[in-house]
Design a binder for this molecule. Sequence first.
Ligand code: COA
Length: 338
Amino acid sequence: MTNNLPMITGIGYAIPTKVVTNNDLTTLYDTSDEWIYSRTGIKERHLFKNDAEAFELLEKAARQAINNAGIDVEDIDLIIAATSMPVQMMPTISCTAQRLLGIKRNIPAFDFSVACSGFVYGLDIANAYIRSGIYKNILILTFDNCSRYLDWTDRRTSILFGDGIGAAVVSAGEENDILAIDIKADGHVGDYITLPVPHGNCPFVETNDDKQILAMKGQDVYKFVANIIPNYITDTILAQNNIDSDTVDYLILHQANQRIIKAVQERLNYTDDKVISNIEYLGNTSASSILIAMGEAIKQGKVKTPSKAIICGFGAGMCWGGGVIRLREGVFRKENIF
Ligand code: COA
């Protein structure tokens, strides 16, 4: 028996209370609930009302995951945070979480940026560290404050995203919960989704007036994802790991577009009860969408535990990644919602 197998022992999530409906967006530009819903499956999204709420929810999601894992905050020996749209660049989100949780030890903590693939990349990092024996209890955080980086006069992008936070604890143990995991990138099509950083006022170099706003070539992104993701799940995630899709209970895809979720569902020939979707009332919460969908679905009884789920994230970079994970009993417990 080895003690270095990755067990997903706890998950947590937090959703802001401020709701913005499609009808609210009609006050900003020429659009309609029907246009947005029919193309994306989105009816509303939740936004952090301020930075204080974002940090409060970060701590809440992290504590949920840690409580579900049944460990103390001091047992965490690494914090990693997937964040491409943080509230601040420094201190990092992972270091902020260390402070908010009151962790006294000088454990390592770092952020990484892979947009909507954040949770899957985080799981891949955790998998490698746990199997190598370097760390025993890793806290993965996903934190994207999308609303902060959108142009709210742009009806092509600001309809899509919402804010939210996810958390998971991966611990070293005797059972393997990560049955398949893979991450990929293709930087050659990086211009499909961009978020430039303005070049301040250094008098010694060329500066620019770039706005720190997310821009997206919507149709290119849609085609890229629709071409790549269904095959990637069947060929790379399932076939290469000798996993029959019929032996997996749920599909928990990144919540980017209901039409993409449907396309993957059809490819896998899954019935509706096997497919988890909350995009209708949360929009695309970027790195957090898979963890939020997972936690919520367990809370609502749509996902039973123990079970297995296909997960897959994709987005800016372009980056993507997927896996098959075991959802053990107790990974998310209703009594730990606070
Ligand atoms: N309301 C009404 N009309 C809108 C609109 C809105 N919110 N957004 C765009 N339009 C209009 C455009 O102005 C355009 O009109 P025009 O031809 O007169 O200029 C027309 O609708 C088509 O625009 P287009 O951008 O081509 O729309 P689309 O059919 O591609 O749908 C998306 C836009 C964003 C819904 C779609 O491209 C998409 O879902 N892409 C994937 C996005 C995604 O998942 N991103 C995250 C990846 S992590």
